[in-house]
Design a protein around this ligand. Structure first.
Ligand SMILES: Cc1cc2nc3c(=O)[nH]c(=O)nc-3n(C[C@H](O)[C@H](O)[C@H](O)COP(=O)(O)O)c2cc1C
Length: 157
């Protein structure tokens, strides 16, 4: 990585985001990644997006699924962000989750969730911008969100 690349990571990290879990059933088991790049895109049609690194080994499995779940983690779910965002180990160990009929995996107790299908995937540098069409969704505004800033999990409380 170039010196500029190192700086990009540090400076991109100054932009505070939430933490989403993008997940689905693969071979009957939950598979997923953590994503700080989740962004709502469009109201009509309802679209959201996530940027996925080309190095992801989980995304090629997930994108083949008919539906994919996106859960916006609550402040009480830092352990879920760490577990699902870890490179190794069972990412759903100790995580309460449920599967939809279509095979989306949603994290219980999240501050919002979306049941989605992949609409479009656009190559952009070393990531793909994945646009999802939202089929179902809900939010619990009484659950404060988990915040990710400067490589650190934070809470608004
Ligand atoms: C807080 C946090 C946010 C992350 N956000 C993204 C993201 O937006 N896009 C991405 O491709 N990977 C992101 N990752 C990394 C993935 O969760 C995962 O570690 C990576 O895809 C490698 O795993 P895989 O090879 O199983 O896909 C994030 C990790 C953490 C801990």
């Amino acid at each position: 990585m170039t010196a500029l690349g190192l700086d990009l990571r540090r400076v991109y990290g100054a932009y505070p985001t939430g933490v989403a879990v993008v997940a689905g059933l693969v071979g009957g088991r939950p598979a997923g990644i953590a994503a700080s790049s989740f962004v709502p895109v469009s109201l009509d049609p309802p679209l959201v997006s996530v940027c996925v690194a080309h190095t992801s080994t989980t995304w090629p499995l997930l994108r083949e699924r008919p539906t994919i779940g996106i859960s916006v983690l609550g402040a009480h779910q830092e352990h879920v962000g760490r577990r699902v965002g870890a490179r190794d180990g069972d990412r759903f160990a100790g995580v309460e989750w449920r599967a939809t009929e279509g095979g989306s995996v949603l994290v219980e107790g999240a501050s919002a969730w979306f049941d989605c299908v992949v609409e479009q995937q656009v190559r952009s540098g070393d990531h793909d911008i994945v646009v999802f069409r939202v089929e179902d969704l809900d939010a619990a505004h009484d659950v404060p969100p988990l915040v990710f800033h400067a490589s650190t999990f934070r809470s608004l409380r």
